[in-house]
Design a protein around this ligand. Structure first.
Ligand SMILES: [Zn+2]
Length: 347
C-alpha cells in the first residue's frame, strides 16, 4: 500500500491529490495500486465547492476508471474539489482484469443504495459511500458505467429537471427517465443531490473510453455544470422503460436456433438492436414452452404486460408492436440476475 493512502477499515480508503508518478503508467497499473475501495480527492481552484464521481461500481465496466486515470495523468486542475469513489476494485482486479461485475459471492453494489441496509460487505460499502456524500455535500454526483453489451451511450435519471439534463448532456444526448426503484446510486437524487448515471456504451466499444474522458473533463473543469447553458445539444428522452426479465425456473442462451429445451434463446447478435426500433417483423429469438412461463414484463404498478409487447409464433419470439430496446445484453449471467433488456414503446 502507498504511504499516501490512509486505510479506513472496511470502508473507502482515502487518497488525496495523487501525483502522476504514483498512479502508474497504465490504467491496469493504476488499478493495482488502489488498496481496495478508494476515495480519491483532487483539490480544485475553488475548494469551497465540490462535485462527486462514482465509477467502477461494477468491476467489468472500466471506462470511468480510464477517464479518472487520464485526468490524473494529465494533471487537469478541476474548477472545484472533486471526489472520486471507486468501490469494486477487488472484483475488477481478478485476472485477467475488468471481467467480474462483482465477485461471485457478492451482491450487486448498484442495487444496495436503499434502506434498510443489509449486513453484507456491499451494503456496508453503499452505506459508507452515502455517508461520505452526506458529509461532503457535493453539488452533484455522476456515476459512470459501461453497458453490458455493445451499445450507443446514454444517461439515466430518476428525476427530471434542467440540472439533470445539464449533467447528462456533458456526455451524451440520449436520456432515459425512469421511476423504477432498484437501489441504484442515482435514486438518491430525490433526497440528496442531483445524481445521474452515465452509460458509456460497451467496455469493448472503442468510443466508450473517449466519451467518458471527454465528458469527465467537462464535468470537472466547467464552472457551472448544472444549467444547460454549456450545451447546444438537445436531448432525446425515453420515458419509463420496462424491464424484460426471466422468470424463476426458466433459463437463457444465445444463438441462431433454439438451444433450450425449456427456456429462452435470444439471437446472438441481438445487441445490434440497442436503441434501434424493432417491430412485428423482427424475430428476437426462440422460446420453448409457454411465453408467460419464461418471461415477465412488469409495469410500474407491478402489472404483467408481457403479452402486450411480445408474442410467440411457432416457437419464435416477436414484438407485437414497434418498440425501442436498450441495455440489451448477450451475457447470460446478467440476463439471469438482472434483465434481458429494457423497452419503451416506439412513436
Ligand atoms: Zn454498471
Amino acid at each position: 500500500m502507498e504511504q499516501s493512502i490512509e486505510s479506513q477499515d472496511n470502508k473507502f480508503h482515502y487518497w488525496k491529490d495523487p501525483a502522476p508518478d504514483k498512479i502508474g503508467p497504465t490504467v491496469t497499473e493504476f488499478l493495482k495500486r488502489l488498496p481496495g475501495p478508494t476515495h480519491i480527492h483532487v483539490t480544485g481552484t475553488d475548494s469551497s465547492r465540490c462535485r462527486a464521481v462514482a465509477t467502477l461500481l461494477h468491476g467489468n465496466e472500466p471506462s470511468g476508471l480510464y477517464a479518472v486515470y487520464e485526468t490524473l495523468q494529465q494533471q487537469i486542475r478541476p474548477a472545484v474539489d472533486i471526489h472520486y469513489f471507486i468501490p469494486s476494485v477487488d472484483a475488477a482486479r481478478q485476472a485477467p482484469g475488468f471481467i467480474y461485475r462483482m465477485l461471485p459471492h457478492q451482491k450487486d453494489l448498484n442495487r444496495c443504495f436503499k434502506t434498510p441496509f443489509g449486513n453484507s460487505e456491499q451494503d456496508l460499502l453503499a452505506e459508507d459511500l452515502l455517508e461520505n456524500l452526506r458529509r461532503l455535500n457535493p453539488e452533484c454526483v455522476i456515476d459512470i458505467h459501461n453497458t453490458s453489451g455493445s451499445s450507443p451511450s446514454f444517461g439515466v435519471t430518476t428525476f427530471m429537471d434542467e440540472r439533470h439534463d445539464a449533467l447528462v448532456s456533458l456526455f451524451t444526448h440520449r436520456m432515459i427517465v425512469t421511476d423504477l426503484i432498484l437501489g441504484s446510486l442515482m435514486e438518491i437524487s430525490d433526497s440528496m443531490m442531483p445524481t445521474v448515471t452515465i452509460e458509456c456504451g460497451g467496455a469493448e466499444d472503442t468510443e466508450s473510453n473517449r466519451m467518458a474522458t471527454e465528458g469527465l473533463i467537462k464535468y470537472i473543469t466547467y464552472e457551472d455544470v448544472l444549467s444547460v447553458k454549456h450545451t447546444d445539444m438537445s436531448l432525446e428522452f425515453f420515458h419509463n422503460p420496462l424491464r424484460v426479465e426471466l422468470l424463476d425456473g426458466s433459463d437463457i442462451a444465445y444463438g441462431d436456433h433454439s438451444l433450450m429445451k425449456d427456456g429462452v434463446t435470444l439471437l446472438s447478435d441481438i445487441e445490434h438492436f440497442n436503441f434501434g426500433y424493432v417491430g412485428p417483423e423482427n424475430c428476437l429469438g426462440f422460446v420453448s414452452g409457454e411465453l408467460a412461463a419464461n418471461l415477465t414484463v412488469l409495469d410500474i404498478h407491478r402489472k404483467e404486460r408481457l403479452l402486450d409487447y411480445f408474442t410467440l409464433e411457432d416457437g419464435k419470439l416477436y414484438p407485437t408492436r414497434r418498440l425501442k430496446l436498450f441495455m440489451v445484453t448477450t451475457n447470460p449471467e446478467i440476463a439471469r440476475k438482472d434483465c434481458l433488456f429494457y423497452l419503451v414503446e416506439g412513436d
